[in-house]
Design a protein around this ligand. Structure first.
Ligand SMILES: Nc1ncnc2c1ncn2[C@@H]1O[C@H](COP(=O)(O)OP(=O)(O)O)[C@@H](O)[C@H]1O
Ligand code: SF4
Ligand SMILES: [Mg+2]
Length: 366
C-alpha cells in the first residue's frame, strides 16, 4: 500500500504476487523452500521502500527476483508498465541497465585484480559502448564525484584492497550508477560496514532518491534505519509481507504482532518475551511452513482460526495494511485470545478497540 505521497504517478517497478519456491533434495523429491509467497510491491520514482525482516525471511530472494538473477516460480514483474518477458535477451539487457543491485558485501562484490578506473570504466562501457578515451575518463571521474569520493584522483588508481569497506561500498554504488538506472535494489548495503560510516551511505542513497529521482528498495533487518531512510516500510515474515505502510507508523506504532516483536526487540531481544509472555521460538521452516498464519507458532494471540486459514490483509485504524485476524471483524478470530500478556500490556497494544476489550474481558474472566 503506497502512502499518499507514493500514489503520485505510476510505479517504475511493480511486482505482483511473486512466488519463489526453491527445490530441495532434487526436483524428484518434490520438496521446496517456500522462500517468498505472493509478494506484491511497487517502487516509485524518487521514493524509498524498505523491506524489513529477520534473517531467512526471504528479503534477498525478493531482490534477486526483481533483478532477474533468479527466475520467478510465478507472478509478474513490470518495468515502466511493461511486463517482463524473461525469454528476450535484449529486453533482459535493457532491464539490467534500469534495475541495478547493490550487495551487502563490498569486499566480495568488487574484483580485486582491477583498479577503480577499470571497474567503473568497464561498467560505463557495458551500458554505453561508444564511451572511449578522454570521455570515458571524464565519466569515471564524474561518477566518483557523484558518490562523494573526492578528489577523484585519490581513488581512481586504487585497487579494492587499498580502500576501506565504506569506500568500497561507495565504489559499488558508483558502479551501479554507471548504468544510469531508474531503480536501485540495495540488499543490506550498510550491515557489514562500521557503524560510524553507515549514515554516510544512507545519505548518499537519499541524495540519489531526491536529486535523481531513483526508486530504491532498501533491504534491512534494522528497523531504525528503515524509519530514517524509507518513505514506506514492508515487513516480511517467513516469505510473506505481513504489514506495510508509512515508515513512521509501521516503526513507531506497529500493528502486526510480529512487527511489534521486531520493533520492540531492537534494543533488547527479550523485550517482547518479557512483555507478552510467550513469543519465544524461532522462525518456522520454509520447507514445510505452518498452515494459516506463518507467525502463529510464535504469536501470543494465536487462535485455531490462525492455524486454519491464512489471514486476509486489512487496513488498521492507524493506516497500515496488516495480515492478521485480530484486525478483521471476524468474531471467530477473537475466541480464546487473551490467554497471554497482562492487562497493562493489552492497553498499550495498537489493536482495534473491540479486540482490546475482548482481550481484557477474557483476562478478567480467568
Ligand atoms: N538457492 C537457494 N536454494 C534453496 N534455498 C534457498 C536458496 N536461496 C535462498 N534460499 C532459502 O530461502 C529462504 C530465504 O532466504 P533469503 O531470501 O536469503 O532470506 P533473507 O535475505 O531474508 O535472509 C531461506 O530459507 C534460504 O535458506
Ligand atoms: S493472524 Fe493470528 S497468529 Fe497471525 S499474527 Fe494475527 S493473531 Fe497472531
Ligand atoms: Mg539477505
Amino acid at each position: 500500500m503506497p502512502s499518499e505521497k507514493l500514489e503520485v504517478g505510476n510505479p517504475v517497478l511493480r511486482a505482483k504476487n511473486i512466488i519463489k519456491h526453491f527445490p530441495v533434495g532434487g526436483l524428484k523429491r518434490g520438496r521446496y523452500v517456500h522462500a517468498t509467497d505472493a509478494v506484491s510491491l511497487d517502487l516509485y520514482a524518487g521514493h524509498v521502500v524498505a523491506l524489513v525482516g529477520e534473517s531467512g525471511s526471504g528479503k534477498s530472494t525478493i531482490a534477486k527476483l526483481l533483478s532477474q538473477l533468479v527466475p520467478i516460480t510465478s507472478g509478474t514483474i513490470e518495468l515502466n508498465g511493461q511486463l517482463i518477458n524473461k525469454h528476450s535477451r535484449r529486453k533482459f539487457k535493457e532491464y539490467t541497465n534500469e534495475v541495478q543491485m547493490i550487495f551487502q558485501d563490498p569486499f566480495g562484490s568488487l574484483n580485486s585484480i582491477h583498479t577503480v578506473r577499470y571497474i567503473l570504466g568497464r561498467a560505463l562501457q557495458i551500458h554505453k559502448k561508444s564511451l572511449h578515451g578522454a570521455k570515458l575518463q571524464e565519466a569515471v571521474i564524474e561518477l566518483l564525484q557523484r558518490v562523494k569520493l573526492t578528489p577523484a584522483a585519490r581513488y581512481i588508481d586504487k585497487f579494492p584492497h587499498e580502500l576501506s569497506g565504506g569506500q568500497r561500498q561507495h565504489i559499488s554504488i558508483a558502479r551501479a550508477l554507471a548504468a544510469d538506472p531508474k531503480v536501485l535494489l540495495a540488499d543490506e548495503p550498510i550491515s557489514m560496514l562500521d557503524v560510524s560510516i553507515r549514515l554516510g551511505i544512507l545519505n548518499l542513497l537519499k541524495d540519489f532518491r531526491d536529486n535523481y529521482g531513483i526508486a530504491i528498495l532498501y533491504i534491512t533487518h534494522d528497523v531504525a534505519s528503515a524509519r530514517y531512510f524509507a518513505d514506506e516500510t514492508l515487513v516480511m515474515y517467513a516469505g510473506r509481507i505481513i504489514e506495510r505502510g508509512n515508515s513512521e507508523m509501521v516503526t513507531q506504532h506497529p500493528a502486526h504482532p510480529y512487527t511489534d516483536l521486531l520493533v520492540n526487540s531492537a534494543p533488547d531481544p527479550d523485550h517482547f518475551n518479557a512483555l507478552r509472555g510467550e513469543a519465544k521460538g524461532e522462525a518456522p521452516s520454509l520447507i514445510d511452513p505452518p498452515s494459516g498464519c506463518r507467525f502463529r507458532t510464535r504469536c501470543p494471540f494465536a487462535t485455531e482460526l490462525c492455524a486454519a486459514q491464512l489471514p486476509p490483509t486489512v487496513k488498521a485504524a492507524t493506516g497500515q495494511e496488516v495480515a492478521c485476524w485480530l484486525y478483521t471483524d471476524n468474531p471467530g478470530a477473537m475466541v480464546n485470545i487473551g490467554n497471554k500478556g497482562d492487562l497493562t500490556t493489552i492497553h498499550d497494544l495498537n489493536l482495534p478497540e473491540q479486540v482490546k476489550a475482548k482481550l481484557i474481558q477474557n483476562k478478567e474472566e480467568k
